[in-house]
Design a binder for this molecule. Structure first.
Ligand SMILES: Nc1ncnc2c1ncn2[C@@H]1O[C@H](COP(=O)(O)OP(=O)(O)OP(=O)(O)O)[C@@H](O)[C@H]1O
Ligand SMILES: O=P(O)(O)OC[C@H]1O[C@H](OP(=O)(O)O)[C@H](O)[C@@H]1O
Length: 185
């Protein structure tokens, strides 16, 4: 069977990664070509993202046991993609995950069929959205905002400038995912 593709959705905090992924899951969730990854995170789930909630100790244990395909820390939190995504890739699925820009190189080295989509928005929009979202676990919003330029640059395979409506950007994202799946068939 042909190996699937790992689609990495990256970009600064507040750009709209979770919004686009949530919208795409609503439209494509029943389409067997796609798998939308539920991340393990050391925080509670929220309306923005349902995650596998782990405390720090459990996360560290699982990471040491090799339970995550990719894992990273950011904003004082730990994040991981469960190892099960590798089975989904072997089964030929298009696997979609929100990850740190900091793991893109490692992912590209390990998964030749990875495809990186960078989601961005203007600085003014990022700042406005972070303030408006007001998620208790987000910590210092100035630090989050500053990080937009602190993580090393990368060369994405596609870019979505999410500065219009979420519906508009979600349509573009869904189209991109469907084009990828069609080209991969
Ligand atoms: N096009 C848009 N117009 C207006 N608001 C938006 C748009 N896209 C997303 N938002 C809002 O901006 C906030 C941040 O979006 P979201 O959580 O999807 O970003 P993110 O990139 O996943 O951020 P993080 O990396 O911090 O998880 C949310 O409150 C969301 O509703
Ligand atoms: O800045 P970089 O390293 O690219 O991204 C760091 C992390 O921040 C965001 O998480 P959250 O959902 O806002 O906590 C992203 O999803 C990523 O996991």
């Amino acid at each position: 069977m042909k190996m699937g593709r790992l689609v990495l959705v990256v970009g600064p905090s507040g750009a709209g990664k979770d919004t686009l992924i949530r919208g795409a899951r609503r439209q494509l969730g029943d389409d067997p070509r796609f798998v939308f990854v539920r991340r393990a995170i050391t925080r509670a789930s929220s309306v923005d993202e349902e995650c596998i909630e782990l405390d720090r100790e459990r996360f560290a244990t699982l990471a040491a046991e090799g339970a995550f395909t990719l894992h990273w820390t950011a904003h004082g939190l730990s994040y991981g993609l469960p190892r099960a995504i590798e089975d989904a890739l072997k089964e030929g699925h298009i696997v979609v995950a929100n990850v740190s820009r900091g793991v893109v190189q490692e992912a590209r080295d390990r998964f030749k069929e990875s495809f990186v989509i960078e989601v961005t928005a203007s600085d003014a929009e990022l700042a406005r959205r972070l303030a408006q979202r007001a998620r208790p676990e987000d910590g210092d919003l100035n630090r989050r905002f500053a990080r937009r330029t602190e993580v090393s640059a990368l060369q994405p395979d596609a870019k979505i400038f999410n500065d219009t409506t979420p519906e508009n950007s979600t349509s573009g994202f869904v189209r991109l995912l469907c084009d990828l799946a069609d080209a991969h068939a």
